[in-house]
Design a protein around this ligand. Sequence first.
Ligand code: ATP
Ligand code: MG
Length: 266
Amino acid sequence: MQDFRVAQTIERRRVLATRGGVQSEVGEWRGQTVFVKTLLTAEPEATLRFAHEGGIAAGLSHPLVVPLLARTPRQLIFPFVPGGTLREVIEASPLPAGAALCVATGVLRAVEHLHACGVTHHDLKPENVLLHGGRARGDAVRLIDFGMSHSRALGTDIHDGTRMGTPHFMAPEQFRGVRGDPRSDLYSVGVLLFDCLAGSPPYEDALGWLVGIHEDCAPLPGPPEVHPVLRAALQRDPEARPATAGEMRAALEKTWNTLRPAAAWD
Ligand SMILES: Nc1ncnc2c1ncn2[C@@H]1O[C@H](COP(=O)(O)OP(=O)(O)OP(=O)(O)O)[C@@H](O)[C@H]1O
Ligand SMILES: [Mg+2]
C-alpha cells in the first residue's frame, strides 16, 4: 500500500454514489480500473471516520479482502472488483446450499485474517461482500468496508459506546455497545448464511429481537444438516457461539462434505 501526500489523478472517473461526505467513483489509475473513495468534507467526525477506515484497510493483506492500493489524506484507492455484491446475487434468487456454504466459508477465511490482525469487522452483510465475476464461490469473495471496524492496534476506538451497525446483521451484544468481540462477526456470518439460503435474514423485526422482546425467528432454511451451524452462530449469548472463525469454518466444511455427494446428483 502506498501512502501519498498529494491527491492522485484518477482518469475516466464516474461517480457511483455520494454519502456522508464521501464520494465513491470508478476510474483508471496507473493502468488499472480502481474504486476510489474521496472525502469531500472537512467536518472533523467524517474526517476521523475516513482516516479510521483507511488505517484499518491498510493493515490487512489477504486474497479474499479487497486490498488498499494507495491512500492520500482524502482518497482511498482500491482495485475495482467486477461482478457486484453478494446482495445482488441473493436478490436474483436464494443460493443453493453448496454455493451458500462455499460463500460463507470464503467470508470466514477473510474474517479469520481480520481476527488474526486484531480487527473485528462489525458490519458483515451481503452488501459488504463482493463476488469477483459475480460467481457464488468461496474463492470469489472479496470483503470490503471497514468503516465500522474495531482494531486492537488502534489506541482509540472512534465508535466506542455507539450502536453502529446494521440491525438485521448485528449481534445483540454489539447492539448493546460491545466493541471488538470477534464472536459478534460470527453471529453476522450466521445471518449472512441464513440470508443466502432463505433470501432474507432471520428476524423480520430485528430491533425487537435485539432488545429481547421476541424470539420470532423465521424457519431455518436449507438442508437440515446446515441447521446446527446456523443455530450455533445465531445464539444470543456469544459464549454459546463457535469460539473462533476457524472453528465455524471447519463446521461448515464438514457439513458441505456430508452434503456434497447428494448435491452432485441434483
Ligand atoms: N473495490 C470495489 N469494487 C467494486 N465495487 C465496490 C468496491 N468497493 C465497494 N464497492 C461498491 O460500493 C458499495 C459501497 O462501498 P462500501 O461498502 O465500501 O461503502 P459504504 O461506506 O458502505 O457506503 P454505502 O453506505 O454507500 O454502502 C459496495 O456495496 C459495493 O457495491
Ligand atoms: Mg458498505
